[in-house]
Design a binder for this molecule. Structure first.
Ligand code: CP
Ligand code: NVA
Length: 300
């Protein structure tokens, strides 16, 4: 593994390896065992979109690994004034040991990896959010013990989270169901990948998708960059909400996860969110451990 660009690139073995290391790093952090695997290394973090979790967990994680994180706001970089990503990649490769980037187009992340010669980590694009899904898989395994026999159900927008969850959960060995409105399905390459699995199904009926689920996941109806469509999306996604009715179709011990930020009473009710706060905030914490594992795998 040279980069972390999207879940489609990872093998099951690579995913399990990252999760095992993440568990170990979590244990070491909780027990005060130093793990300075990245001493003397620097990670540049380019943000073209807002972030709370990704920024703070990468910055803290790099510090805990003995390395140096640099926050690079795209609006203050020359990239924000039109310097091509090809040149930015070649320049940053001369200074840094790794780049994390959060941006719009997946192609920009892929170009950064192609033109530079240091590891690139996708901190979210419109197409995928692999760091989040590695943390989600870590959380599922932590709560359920293993992936064997589990079913993950995603309800809502066929967005970056849906794309990455469907691929990540199938690769991990889970059954996957998704419910999205017809016009908001996951990306074609994700559908092409998923339809090769007998244990994958997609419908426009959330309750059908939730039947027998062990893990229920949703995400915002309007992602970053789609604020202008918020009203239209609120109409399109009405009913695609994790609520008591949906929970009644899932297994009684089903966990609920959300990458956050959450819009209560839109994609999830306050009641369900608070009843599952334990899983949701462990999931947020696990961003730190999973990303540290990714940085060690790529940069140590
Ligand atoms: N879930 C997630 O990526 O959160 P941030 O947008 O706050 O980084
Ligand atoms: N789908 C959301 C995820 C935020 C972490 C977005 O892209 O805004």
């Amino acid at each position: 593994m040279k980069h972390l660009l999207k879940m489609l690139d990872l093998s099951r073995e690579e995913i399990i390896d990252i999760l095992n290391l993440a568990d170990q790093l979590k244990y070491e952090l909780k027990h005060g065992i130093p793990h300075h695997h990245l001493q003397g290394k620097s990670l540049g973090m380019i943000f073209q979109k807002a972030s709370t979790r990704t920024r703070v967990s990468f910055e803290t994680g790099m510090y805990q690994l003995g390395g140096h994180p640099l926050f690079l706001s795209a609006s203050e970089l020359q990239i924000g004034r039109g310097e091509p990503v090809q040149d930015t990649a070649r320049v940053l490769s001369r200074y840094l040991d790794g780049i994390m980037i959060r941006t719009f187009e997946q192609k920009e992340v892929e170009d950064l990896a192609d033109f530079g010669n240091i590891p690139v980590i996708n901190g979210l694009t419109d197409f995928s959010h692999p760091c989040q899904v590695l943390a989600d898989l870590m959380t599922i395994r932590e709560f359920k013990g293993s992936f064997d026999g589990l079913k993950m159900c995603y309800i809502g927008d066929g967005n970056n989270m849906a794309n990455s969850l469907i691929v990540g959960c199938l690769k991990a060995g889970m059954a996957v169901s998704a419910a999205t409105p017809e016009n908001y399905r996951p990306a074609k390459e994700v559908m092409d990948f998923a339809t090769g699995f007998d244990c994958f199904s997609i419908t426009d009926d959330p309750k059908t998708a939730a039947e027998g689920a062990d893990v229920l996941i949703t995400d915002v109806w309007a992602s970053m960059g789609q604020e202008g469509e918020a009203e239209q999306r609120r109409i399109a996604f009405k009913g695609y909400q994790i609520n008591d009715d949906i929970m009644s179709a899932a297994n009684t011990d089903a966990m609920v996860m959300h990458c956050l930020p959450a819009h209560r009473e839109e994609e999830i009710t306050t009641k369900v969110f608070e009843a599952h706060a334990k899983e949701i905030f462990e999931e947020a914490e696990n961003r730190l451990h999973a990303q540290k594992a990714v940085m060690v795998k790529l940069m140590a």
